[in-house]
Write a protein that binds this ligand. Structure first.
Ligand code: NAG
Ligand code: NAG
Ligand code: NAG
Ligand code: NAG
Ligand code: NAG
Ligand code: NAG
Length: 939
């Protein structure tokens, strides 16, 4: 089997492996075994004589036409944004007029009434709307526009239930009568209804739909906001795109199983963005073009966030002077966050909408190895062993769906991945402090009912409990994924979560996994082949009729029609919603269910779940990986903005497929990527680069764990763009080839082939920010506001420590649990004033509710380093040494808690200005943080 097999999906379809059409399923073995997917062996249109129980009803088994027989001729759709003849709905439609304003304690309500004849541009106009404006908290303003009457127009609209996906959107309460929020809502009725959101303190207009008609139809909602020229917008995931979205970009938001299409929609959907405006003078409504701003001048920046809480397919069209938001259904359900800094916006969004990211177990910060194509348990174990032979730390080994019997979830291939042999291997793995994370695909194989030997208990139990998605006529929806014909869990059916927990639990008894990797969760279904038709399909809306499969407005979906490479939009959920309404939520709901299942299966421990498709708030349950990328330098570069965007969305646990999933990886690429992402041992140079990168990463585990905890408790970010930490520097607005790990570590990877140097900016230098080279610990001589070329030969990744930081480290062990037993050390990098701060969070590293925790505060001020802690968590590991960077001259004496330290334990380098204090272990033998201490020096 070829390692890149997973990428044959498209070709399989192109070869004519149609979906379960009107054919009777007569064989499943033809499915996965020959490398094609779901090839029907017979194409009889007669119902099979065998009756089976489907959802408890005896049903003559015949695969229902889930996709039309002519699906391979799916008419090509011309995306609206590329269609010169497309109706401009904002010009054609009449807009609305507001009336009957009713003030209340926290805002107001009004009626919006259509201001002319319905235009029915891309659906049926909704004539009567309600507007609700609520100042909901000190930092959040909500603007909601929804149909006034749901029944009379027969318009079905889905809106995310409160608390379902995100935090409950709190109904504002009367206590918020005088909101301190720095936002003001205002509206105009001339020529038609439009609104603006203004920053009160500066007068800046942040969002302005006045002068552009609102379009509100059952299958199309659109509004336009004017923007200052050269605005800086971020977020709106998930895309492979620069961090700064730019002013000429359409963000399509529709979960898609698609490899690495630059700029197109991919796995996850995050309709949240924030804007960052830089100006030296406030109150100026035409904001300064940040990229053209004079870098030496003083600037002040303000950021604000916008979240459109809507699960439908969207498009956000960014033009130089305006942004158009369009969705294929639902309401205008907007939340504005007032910032004023980027970090504030992200925190406000996470704490009040998406939810704070999960606290992950300590081990998840270690290095994970995952590859398609391990032949059996022995080969999997030999990979683990080889890592150890090469002394490259390996924390977790993952397996792809090739462990399964014909790719059927929870059903190991007993010839290659038997439960007995697995138990032995996983026992050895666990004993060495390592972990195992296997894949679980989203679709469930549906066996051939005519062939008893094909029985598949996971399906049978699910079918008996009525947990699978249906066709509009109530029959089971059958698609096709890796195992062949498949069904799909309907997370809205009553028994689905308990069935899922039970399946994961049964399998855990056979395969002792530590976490679960969820794949294909967009949710993906194959079978729609390429088109042979040349003329484009245009759907003319019929008033009152919803066309879910070919909605009149065509989004620029990477896969074409909404049904392509996905479950059809007309599939029906148990709560009556169509897949059309909630396609974007499948990935989130399966993560939620898996998280809940793991809390039941491995009680008390933080579930480790990683998913491919995510939605706003998925970070509460899971991490994310960048999907099946290719071995290309540009994708390594793209993984940085992707990771930074995930930070914005509240998913700090993000990793790309290091070295690329598909295609031949080159030695140089792999070496560079290992350092960035840090089978590392295939080339000796890569092994060496990996060891170096891992050494840094593992040394910093306590720092990273603390960052994770801060993200989990406060909504701060794990990886950070330079501009978030240095918001007033307009030069940084688009920097996404360098990034910060937390506030204190700057990483500048080499992202192009054949390079031995890299250009870096050193932010804040003009304001006195010092940067220390990680390797020689010396202050780096950087020029303010200019790119500085730094050496970066293969095998070296430039890492700098920000002056003013104190980093907790532990000597790296082979695993994270070994590292946790190694002596502590601190690196204090002094700022211009000779000060620095830092912190450490400690707990058992795995419990959902640890019974003891400890927080350590670290401060350097006035030639002394103070450590003070609160909390009862016991860590017996002593402090070995303290390294202080940027000490101007040799100290004449040092004391620890007033006791003079022998000069033999002090080393000062007059060139590097590094002061190193060793031999502290005796004095801290109860544990580095058992007691508060002060290390002071004098000159
Ligand atoms: C559902 O959509 C599919 C195309 O994706 C179509 O073939 C089928 O006829 C539709 N079913 C109904 C009942 O409309
Ligand atoms: C909106 O209109 C309805 C009747 O059409 C009326 O009952 C209601 O009070 C109005 N609401 C507001 C806020 O004016
Ligand atoms: C709503 O649907 C029902 C049933 O299909 C139909 O009888 C009624 O006329 C529809 N009402 C409107 C306003 O379209
Ligand atoms: C905007 O993007 C499109 C598509 O990438 C490109 O063809 C066009 O030239 C761009 N326009 C500007 C003004 O950059
Ligand atoms: C606002 O900024 C623009 C561009 O920087 C400048 O031309 C204009 O004079 C400023 N207006 C005010 C009122 O400061
Ligand atoms: C937005 O601005 C672009 C030019 O930058 C213009 O072509 C487009 O018509 C504007 N959109 C709307 C809805 O006004």
């Amino acid at each position: 089997m070829v390692p890149s097999f997973k990428h044959l999906a498209w070709s399989a379809c192109a070869f004519g492996a149609a979906c379960a059409q009107t054919s009777t399923i007569t064989s499943s073995s033809g499915g996965a075994a020959d490398g094609l997917v779901g090839t029907p062996v017979s194409t009889s249109t007669q119902p099979a004589s065998n009756a089976v129980l489907i959802d408890g009803t005896s049903t003559s088994f015949r695969v229902i036409p889930t996709l039309p027989p002519s699906i391979d001729e799916t008419p090509p759709l011309l995306p609206n944004i590329l269609d010169p003849e497309a109706i401009d709905a904002h010009a054609a439609c009449p807009g609305y007029l507001a009336s009957g304003i009713e003030k209340n304690a926290f805002g107001f309500k009004a009626n919006l009434t259509i201001a002319g004849d319905a235009c029915n541009a891309y659906g049926t106009d909704v004539e009567d709307l309600s507007l609700a404006v609520e100042y909901q908290s000190g930092h959040r303003l909500a603007v909601k526009i929804s149909p006034r009457y749901l029944d009379s127009t027969n318009i079905t609209r889905y809106q995310i239930a409160p608390g379902h996906v995100d935090q409950p959107i709190l109904e504002a309460n009367a206590e918020h009568t005088v909101p301190s929020i720095d936002l003001q809502f205002t509206y105009s009725n001339s020529p038609s209804f439009g609104f603006a959101v203004i920053r009160k303190s500066t007068g800046d207009i942040l969002f302005d739909t006045r002068g552009q008609r609102l379009v509100f139809e059952d299958q199309f909602v659109s509004f336009v906001t004017e923007m200052p020229e050269a605005y800086n917008a971020y977020g709106l995931g998930e895309h492979i795109h620069a961090l700064r979205l730019g002013n000429n970009f359409t963000a399509t938001i529709y979960a898609a199983d698609a490899g690495n299409p630059t700029d197109n929609n991919i796995y996850g959907t995050h309709p949240f963005c924030w804007y960052y405006l830089v100006d030296q003078q406030t109150g100026n409504l035409t904001l300064v073009n940040a990229s053209a701003a004079d870098p030496t001048a003083e600037h002040v920046s303000y950021s604000h966030g916008v979240y459109l809480r809507n699960s439908h397919a969207h498009e956000v069209l960014m033009s130089p002077k305006n942004i158009t938001w369009r969705t294929l259904g639902g309401n205008v359900d907007l939340y504005f966050y007032d910032g004023p800094t980027a970090s504030d916006v992200v925190r406000q969004y996470q704490t009040s909408a998406a939810g704070l990211p999960a606290m992950h177990q300590y081990f998840t910060l270690g290095f994970h190895q995952c590859r398609w194509g391990y032949a059996n348990w022995s080969e999997t174990e030999s990979v683990v062993d080889t890592y150890r032979d090469f002394n490259i730390p390996l924390e977790t080994i993952w397996n792809d769906i090739d462990i399964y019997n014909q790719y059927r979830d929870f059903d190991n291939d007993q010839l290659r991945f038997s439960y007995d042999q697995g138990k032995e291997f996983l026992g050895r793995l666990k004993a060495r402090g390592q972990h195992y994370v296997p894949i679980v695909d989203s679709a469930i194989y549906i066996p051939n009912p005519l062939n008893e030997s094909d029985a598949y208990a996971t399906y049978t139990r699910g079918n008996d409990s009525g947990v699978f998605l249906k066709n509009p006529d109530g029959t089971q929806y059958i698609g096709s994924v890796w195992p062949g014909y498949t069904v799909f869990p309907d997370w809205r059916a009553e028994n689905t979560s308990s069935w899922w927990t039970d399946e994961l639990k049964r399998w855990h008894e056979l395969v002792d996994y530590s976490g679960i990797w969820i794949d294909m969760s967009e949710v993906s279904s194959f079978c729609v082949g390429p088109s042979t038709t040349t003329s484009y399909l245009r759907t003319t809306p019929t008033p009152g009729v919803r066309n879910e499969v070919y909605p009149p407005y065509v989004i620029n979906n990477v896969n074409g029609a909404l049904a392509v490479h996905a479950v059809s939009p007309n599939a029906t959920h148990a709560d009556g919603t169509s897949e059309y309404d909630i396609h974007n939520l499948f990935g989130h709901e399966i993560l939620n269910a898996t998280y809940n299942a793991l809390t039941a299966i491995i009680p008390g421990k933080r579930p480790f779940v990683v998913g491919r498709s995510t939605f706003a708030g998925s970070g509460k349950f899971a991490g994310h990986w960048g999907g099946d990328n290719k071995s290309k330098f540009w994708l390594m570069a793209a993984s940085i903005p992707q990771a930074l965007s995930m930070s914005i969305f509240g998913i700090p646990m993000f990793g790309p497929d290091v070295c690329g999933f598909d295609g031949q990886s080159s030695e140089e690429l792999c070496s560079r990527w290992m350092q960035l992402g840090a089978e590392a041992y295939v080339w000796e140079s890569v092994a060496e680069a990996s060891r170096k990168a891992m050494h840094i990463r593992y040394s910093l585990l306590p720092y990273m764990y603390t960052l994770l905890y801060q993200a989990h408790t406060t909504g701060s970010t794990f990886l950070r763009a330079l501009s978030w930490e240095f918001p007033n520097d307009p030069q940084l607005v688009a920097v996404d080839r360098q990034f910060l790990l937390g506030p204190s570590i700057m990483i500048t990877p080499v992202l192009v082939p054949g390079a031995s140097t890299v250009d870096a900016v050193f932010p804040g230098v003009s304001k006195g920010q010092i940067w220390y080279d990680w390797y020689n610990q010396t202050a780096f001589n950087a020029t303010a506001g200019k790119n500085t070329t730094i050496a970066a030969p293969l095998g070296h990744i430039p890492v700098f420590i920000r002056g003013g930081s104190i980093l907790p480290t532990q000597a790296p062990g082979y695993t994270t649990s070994e590292s946790r037993k190694n002596p502590w050390a601190l690196i204090a990098a002094l700022d211009m004033e000779g000060s620095a701060t830092g912190s450490i969070y400690l707990d058992d590293g795995e419990s959902i509710s640890p019974n003891a925790t400890k927080s350590v505060d670290l401060t350097v001020t006035g030639n002394a380093l103070y450590a003070s802690s609160i909390g009862t968590y016991e860590d017996k590991v002593p402090l070995a040494n303290v390294t202080i960077l940027g000490v101007p001259q040799i100290p004449s004496g040092l004391t620890l808690n007033g006791e003079t330290l022998p000069m033999s334990s002090v080393d000062y380098n007059t060139t590097s200005k590094v002061l190193r204090v060793t031999g502290l272990a005796n004095a801290t033998s109860d544990g580095a943080w058992a007691n508060d201490w002060a290390l002071a020096w004098s000159y």
